[in-house]
Design a protein around this ligand. Structure first.
Ligand code: UDP
Ligand code: MG
Length: 308
């Protein structure tokens, strides 16, 4: 059986369409399935529609969060609840073409354990968004040592991989990179991002910046190393200036040099503050992890064996 995980946040218009489309495709290919909708604390009728979809097709199951925990949490909740021999994560706005699930499934049958969905193009996005996404992915690719450009959350994972991911103890998870990090036999499927047919994108620029920062710090300690490098550069500069100052002093020609002093002082203090900020960010992340709070809180579930 294949479990299709659909994180959904304020997607009331999409639930039934998504359920019908995905179920229709899988039925026509004779693939046994379950659809796991994860309602990420929606404020609209998403949960009611999931319950309705479950009445129409008992293979539809649902998990309802007590509040919005974010897409990462929703995907991991889906992976934890899924019972299939393989799991696919797909956006419930159908921007990931559901026909590709079949292609992924066939690759899985051939023995691939992770099937990555790779974007052929990024769809309609602003120039700024493209630039930010590119910089983010080159940073993350550098940090993980894997080419993550054009990767997405659309992927199929074998049961083994799902169990591995479920056993990771960390609170702050970054699904896209973790599925690279775990290894296993990989295949790729190319797809082009579809237009959204209903509802709107949930990602504001602020949310994306936060997402980028969180994921960079959870996968890379490069910013901390940059601080050390910066420290050495500043030390080299101070040796040069120190020698110059000493020589001038010994020659009895110590200049007023007020401008230099001010510039150095301002530069050094801002460098120190930025460095402290970066370190502080990591400390905050350690604090988050050490509190050990759950990734999400489930308030309701629906579907066979899920009822509560
Ligand atoms: N989503 C979610 N929780 C959130 C934000 C988004 O579960 O806090 C889901 C959303 O319902 C959709 C998927 O994640 O199924 C992708 O979101 P969206 O379409 O808004 O992102 P975009 O396609 O614009 O990158
Ligand atoms: Mg979308």
């Amino acid at each position: 059986m294949i479990s299709v995980i659909l994180p959904s946040y304020n997607e009331e218009k999409m639930i039934q369409t998504a359920a019908d489309t995905v179920a229709g495709i899988l039925k026509s290919e004779n693939i046994a399935y379950e659809l796991v909708f994860v309602d990420d604390g929606s404020k609209d009728k998403t949960w009611e529609n999931i319950v309705l979809a479950n009445k129409n097709d008992p293979c539809v199951t649902g998990v309802h969060f007590s509040r919005n925990f974010g897409k990462e949490a929703a995907m991991f909740a889906g992976l934890e609840k899924a019972r299939g021999d393989c799991c696919v994560v797909i956006d419930c706005d159908l921007q990931h073409p559901p026909e590709k699930i079949v292609e992924m499934y066939r690759l899985w049958e051939q023995g691939y354990e992770v099937v990555e969905g790779i974007k052929e193009d990024r769809g309609e996005e602003s120039a700024f968004h493209k630039f930010a996404a590119n910089s983010f992915y080159s940073l993350i690719s550098g940090a993980t040592g894997m080419d993550m450009a054009s990767s997405s959350d659309f992927k199929l994972l074998d049961r083994k991989v799902v169990d591995t991911l479920n056993s990771l103890p960390e609170r702050n998870v970054f699904f896209r990179a973790l599925s690279f990090w775990v290894g296993y036999r990989k295949a790729t499927v190319y797809y082009s991002v579809q237009e959204r047919t209903a509802g709107e994108s949930k990602w504001s620029t602020k949310a994306l910046v936060k997402y980028a920062l969180t994921n960079i710090t959870s996968f890379s300690s490069a910013p901390l190393h940059i601080i050390t490098v910066l420290g050495f550069v500043m030390m080299a500069i101070s040796v040069v200036f120190g020698v110059i100052a000493l020589v001038q002093k010994l020659n009895g020609a110590a200049v007023a040099g007020f401008t230099t002093v001010i510039i150095l002082l301002l530069f050094a203090s801002s460098a120190i503050m930025i460095s402290l900020g970066i370190i502080g960010y990591y400390v905050a992340r350690i604090y988050d992890e050490i509190k050990g709070r759950p990734r999400y809180i489930i308030s309701q579930m629906i579907g066979e064996g899920y009822d509560r």
